[in-house]
Design a binder for this molecule. Structure first.
Ligand code: FAD
Ligand code: SF4
Ligand code: SF4
Length: 485
């Protein structure tokens, strides 16, 4: 065993420096600084190099974590980067925004008693270093295959598929209705978790590798799925999920009640320098307002923390369960608390009150009853607990559902599940339409970036097999010997 391992007994866990909450609440910059090289080396050396690495088992990409930790601990950073990028198309992005406490780090064996190896921060460090040193290069396919694929959606699912297929020599075209590449990486996730230049440099790299992006191209408006199927040898649907879930409540039509994505997209676009009339006029700006965000997931956390940075007078998060039962990452909840967000646990909205614009959310107290079939305690309303929570801006973060793709794409035969996600054969990632594959949130429902990357990689493997079979089939069809025999 290398002397550069197993040092968790003598070295304590240390995350990269986190900016002071009062300072970071004033801007949209990322909150963690980078490790200095010596610190990354030291932290990586805490790994005990497990024979059965639970961190790897619980990483959706099965990243070879112990190996790149060992390389880092030995100062062999270029090799560490080679290993980490072999299984992950965006390691610097996952290192920043994976909920590591629920995935790799939450399953690190030394977590019990010694606190986990800081896997995400080391992964980010390795890849940021690789970018700085010029080790990250545009891909160069060994040969062009002469077949083309069309990918609908330039989020992480579509981009991972695109990179893997381009690497194999396919002509790759990515169609996206947005004006930028990245999907939710750009317009959903706020800058303080993922600065946009990190996504932009990935997009540029893919373009340099020969991937063609058709921005501002909305399938359903600018073309149909049938047209793309005719244009390409195979197609991938990676369109994500964008239909806001809603709970119809009295007063829901009052002014200043918004859906989470409307609020976050306006904030991200403003940060990117775009003109956003509803933000510029103050409608979507939380500055000086009493903001109430309803919901307990990661999207709700992004909304409360964005409202803080916009200069809200107060920010409350209403959630019907308690802290222990929140679906969001605990790390994000802690960040929000540090930044001054007030959590109103065990509280659910009943109605929105106001004349023209909202002035309060009428709410009820909740107690957690017996566990349901999934094991989660069922929320029950406490009788006579109705009360008002003052608000002049309300943001609803109830989650997202898929749009009606068969109707949108004018493809009634496209199979969907009862949740509206695409029905695929998980062995091949193919939908019920021949040569039409799918990846990411549109298959899983709202999930994680790392799962979208995983799906994209799986879809690419399967498409390669499909395209090769198609090519050999076509050859057989036109081969006079094959036809004669
Ligand atoms: P998307 O990223 O949604 O990309 C889909 C793309 O398809 C979009 O660019 C869209 O414009 C395009 N598209 C859709 N319809 C069409 C059409 N008809 N024609 C052309 N293009 C179309 N995950 C994490 O791991 N960590 C986080 O911290 C995190 N934070 C999040 C915060 C928010 C606010 C949200 C909403 C999600 C967050 N997620 C997070 C989840 C993560 O962003 C998604 O799981 C991931 O982006 C899914 O990738 P995707 O490629 O499937 O879809
Ligand atoms: Fe952990 Fe995510 Fe990196 Fe996997 S991709 S090692 S889960 S941070
Ligand atoms: Fe290292 Fe923890 Fe993974 Fe074990 S589980 S290999 S200690 S990072």
């Amino acid at each position: 065993m290398s002397p550069r391992a197993l040092r968790f007994i003598e070295i304590e866990q240390e995350m990269p420096g986190k900016r002071d909450a009062s300072q970071r609440a004033r801007d949209f910059d990322e909150i963690y600084s980078e490790y200095a090289e010596a610190k990354a080396v030291e932290q990586a050396s805490r790994c005990s190099q497990c024979g059965v690495p639970f961190c790897q088992i619980h990483c959706p990409l099965s990243n070879n974590i112990p190996d790149w930790l060992l390389m880092t601990a030995e100062g062999r950073l270029e090799e560490a980067y080679e290993i980490s990028s072999a299984t992950n198309n965006m390691p610097e992005i996952c290192g920043r925004i994976c909920p590591q406490d629920r995935l790799c780090e939450g399953n690190c064996v030394i977590e019990k008693g010694f606190e986990a190896v800081t896997i995400g921060s080391v992964e980010k460090y390795i890849t940021d270093t690789a970018w700085d040193k010029g080790w990250v290069k545009p891909l160069t396919p060994a040969a062009e295959r002469g077949q083309s694929v069309g990918i609908i959606g330039a989020g992480p699912g579509g981009l991972a598929t695109a990179e893997e297929l381009r690497r194999k020599g396919y002509e790759v075209h990515v169609y996206d209705r947005y004006d930028r590449v990245g999907g939710l990486l750009v317009y959903g996730i706020p800058n303080f978790k993922l600065e946009k230049h990190i996504v932009e440099r990935r997009a540029k790299l893919l373009e340099q590798g020969g991937i063609v992006f058709h921005k501002g191209f909305e399938v359903g408006r600018d073309g149909t799925l049938a047209e793309l199927r005719a244009r390409h040898d195979a197609v991938v649907l990676a369109t994500g999920v964008y239909k806001d879930r809603d709970i119809p409540l009295p007063g829901g039509g009052l002014k200043n009640i918004f859906q989470a994505m409307t609020f976050l997209t306006a904030s991200n676009r403003t940060g990117l320098g775009d003109a956003v009339p509803d933000f510029d006029s103050g409608i979507l700006d939380a500055k000086g307002k009493s903001v109430v965000v309803i919901g307990g997931g990661d999207t709700a956390m992004d909304c409360v923390r964005t409202a803080v940075r916009q200069g809200a007078r107060s920010v409350k998060c209403l959630y019907r369960r308690d802290r222990r039962n929140m679906p969001g990452s605990m790390r994000e909840v802690t960040h929000a608390e540090e930044e001054g967000v007030e959590f109103v646990w065990l509280t659910a909205p009943e109605a929105f009150l106001g004349d023209e614009a909202v002035r309060a959310v009428r709410s009820v107290k909740i107690r957690l009853g017996a566990p349901d079939a999934t094991g989660r305690q069922t929320p029950e309303v406490v009788p006579d607990s109705s009360h008002e929570v003052q608000a002049d801006m309300v943001i609803k973060a109830f989650g997202f559902d898929p749009e009606d793709l068969p109707a949108l794409f004018d493809e009634p035969e496209l199979g969907v599940t009862r949740w509206g996600t695409l029905h695929i054969d998980y062995r091949t990632m193919m939908t019920n339409l021949d040569g039409v594959f799918a990846a990411g949130d549109i298959v899983r429902g709202a999930a994680l970036v790392v799962w979208a990357i995983r799906d994209g990689r799986d879809a690419a493997v399967s498409m390669h097999r499909y395209l090769q079979a198609k090519l050999s089939g076509e050859k057989e069809d036109t081969d006079p010997i094959a036809i004669a025999s």
